[in-house]
Design a protein around this ligand. Structure first.
Ligand code: HC1
Ligand code: SF4
Length: 573
């Protein structure tokens, strides 16, 4: 242990602790902008400087460790003056239009400047803006970039994609798409992790809320919304609701109050995905197609973009099942439209997703006898949902639990856990077991595929179903995924079925979720989904009565001709 004094308090912390961490243990939060634990510890912003007795120069507390007998001052006049000057210099190159910024009220720079009581800026500024394609789902505003390097580091170290890089030198230094590419031409997976790790509003999702308001206001359109599993675990965070208060039923109420005509839960179509993908897996397994290479899940569009750009020869290994989002859109425009006697073109489908890549996935075309537009018309992130709730002046504490609309009302616990890494695999194994043996396993029999902690490289398990052994692997985060696929390619490991989610921890940690600067909440949110599953009335996708009715009345059976037309896709196309 190392003994030191911080702001007159004597403390003892383990060797190797940074000054910032040591201060935190006694409730002193040293301000910071660029620091991200284990990912960006470069002391670049210099906001976290502290004074050390006996040293002339201030030191950065995020990447300097405690020493025996050290006397640290985190808020001396010298520290305050330096910190203020540093933030003034950062603001001199920052577009400060906070009133029209997506990160207003949730911006680390705004907070640091406010906390330092900065009410005047001593510099005139002229900030150049690098042009950007505003139609792309990921938007970068160079005039807001503070060169903290977090986006570069998260993309390099956690997602292994190297989309961002430093450009130019001196005062013109900025971050831009690497190799001078346009973002559309880079291999961006659209996972949105750069957005959720940006301390300011330099990165954000394309805002599609106006499209949804226009559809709601259009008397010719019937608006039909779905809400993804992972949204329920996070939407309340930005609205001050506790996890217990922020139920899925209240999201449904908010959508109805905003004027959406019909509301559904994507857990319904997660169950439908399990029926299709589970049957596809068993077919591929029994036909010996998985001898050398596994079948990969196909519900994460970030992963689909990644495999297409990084491992195109493995695309045929993807399940042909569309994602639950796309399946639901197709079912809304066909089965559901028919049930309410409306033409598919009059249905406007909206999804609320924890995801940025879903905004790209919804470009997928729908063919229903002939070309019929898109399964999903507009995708909103969880953050956009909360912005809509605010702009509709809905007091979140007045929301009530309401149910989904009829016909596709039910969703199982297996569908709910789709939102956490390992959930798709576990849900698929529960139903595969039933399909093979004719009896249900214990609902928690396959919980071995769940993550044990955040950031785990991957989870693997061998599962016995009757006479067959299924070698399963689950991975999240694209750098982890690359490692796993390289091991598969080298023949070091052999699996039959692999679940991949682009975002660390799965959709609960998605790039469209509420942002908590530097805090990783995916694991906690995932626990919430497992709690909901544990307490669900139905825990198996194949027991969802509305899914059984959908097959009886419409699709006939999984992998039928109609299912193939509406629920599957050719990823090579
Ligand atoms: Fe996901 Fe999925 S789990 S991909 O993360 O398979 O976005 O939540 O909706 O489609 O169900 C996202 C979440 C989501 C799909 C489902
Ligand atoms: Fe989107 Fe989920 Fe995939 Fe992230 S893990 S890219 S949130 S689908």
């Amino acid at each position: 242990m190392v003994n030191l004094t911080i702001d007159n308090k004597v403390i003892s912390v383990p060797e190797g602790t940074t000054i910032m961490e040591a201060a935190k243990t006694i409730g002193i939060p040293i301000p910071k902008l660029c620091y991200l634990k284990d990912i960006n510890e470069i002391g670049a912003c210099r906001v976290c400087v502290v004074e050390i007795e006996g040293k002339d120069k201030l030191v950065t507390s995020c990447n300097n460790c405690v020493e025996e007998g050290m006397v640290v001052r985190t808020n001396s006049p010298k520290v305050r003056m330096s910190r203020k000057r540093t933030v003034q210099l950062i603001l001199s190159q920052h577009n400060c239009e906070c009133a029209v910024c997506a990160r207003s009220r949730n911006c680390t720079l705004q907070t640091v400047a406010n906390d330092l009581n900065m009410i005047d800026l001593p510099f005139e500024k002229e900030i150049e803006r690098i042009p950007w394609n505003k139609k792309f789902p990921l938007i970068r505003d160079s005039a807001k970039c503070i060169k903290c390097m977090r986006c570069i580091q998260i993309c390099d170290k956690v997602q292994g994609l190297h989309i961002w890089d430093v450009e130019s030198t001196g005062s013109r230094t900025t971050v831009h798409v690497s190799k001078q590419r346009k973002i559309e031409d880079a291999d961006c997976a659209l996972c949105g992790q750069c957005i959720t790790h940006c301390p300011v509003g330099a990165l954000r999702e394309r805002d599609d809320t106006d499209k949804v308001w226009a559809a709601i206001d259009n008397p010719k359109k019937i608006t039909v919304a779905q809400v993804a599993p992972a949204v329920r675990a996070a939407w309340g965070e930005a609205l001050g609701l506790s996890r217990e208060e922020a139920t899925i039923g209240k999201i449904m109420d908010s959508l109805k109050r905003m004027g959406v005509d019909y509301v559904f839960d994507t857990t319904f179509s997660a169950d439908l995905t399990i029926m299709e993908e589970g049957n596809e897996f068993l077919t591929r397994l029994s036909e010996g197609q998985l001898k050398d290479r596994p079948m990969f899940t196909s519900c994460c569009p970030g992963w689909i973009r990644f495999i297409k750009s990084q491992y195109p020869h493995l695309v045929p290994q993807l399940s042909s099942a569309k994602s639950p989002q796309q399946m639901f859109g197709a079912v809304m425009k066909t089965y559901f439209a028919k049930s309410i006697n409306v033409n598919p073109e009059d249905i406007y489908t909206i999804s609320v997703m924890p995801c940025v890549a879903k905004k790209g996935e919804c470009n997928m075309e729908l063919f229903y006898e002939e070309y019929a537009g898109h399964d999903v018309d507009t995708v909103l992130s969880t953050r956009e949902l909360t912005r809509m709730i605010r702009s509709a002046h809905i007091d979140p504490t007045t929301l009530e639990d309401i149910q989904c609309d009829e016909l596709m009302k039910e969703g199982s616990g297996a569908g709910v856990i789709f939102g956490a890494t390992g959930g798709v695999m576990e849900a698929a194994l529960r139903s595969a077991y039933y399909l093979v043996t004719g009896t249900n396993p214990d609902a928690d029999a396959f919980s071995v595929v769940r993550a044990k902690k955040f950031g785990e490289e991957h989870v693997e398990a061998e599962v016995t179903i009757k006479d067959a052994t299924v070698r399963a692997a689950v991975v999240s985060g694209l750098a982890n995924t690359r490692k796993l696929i390289d091991a598969i390619e080298r023949g070091d490991v052999h699996y039959d079925f692999v679940e991949v989610m682009a975002c660390p921890g799965g959709c609960v940690g998605g790039g469209g979720q509420p942002i908590h600067d530097g805090e990783e909440l995916a694991f906690e949110r995932g626990k919430n989904l497992y709690f909901l599953d544990k307490n669900a009335d139905i825990r198996f996708s194949h027991e969802n009565p509305d899914i059984l009715k959908l097959y009886a009345d419409y699709f006939e059976k999984p992998l039928s001709h109609k299912s193939h037309t509406l629920l599957h896709t050719d990823h090579n196309a």
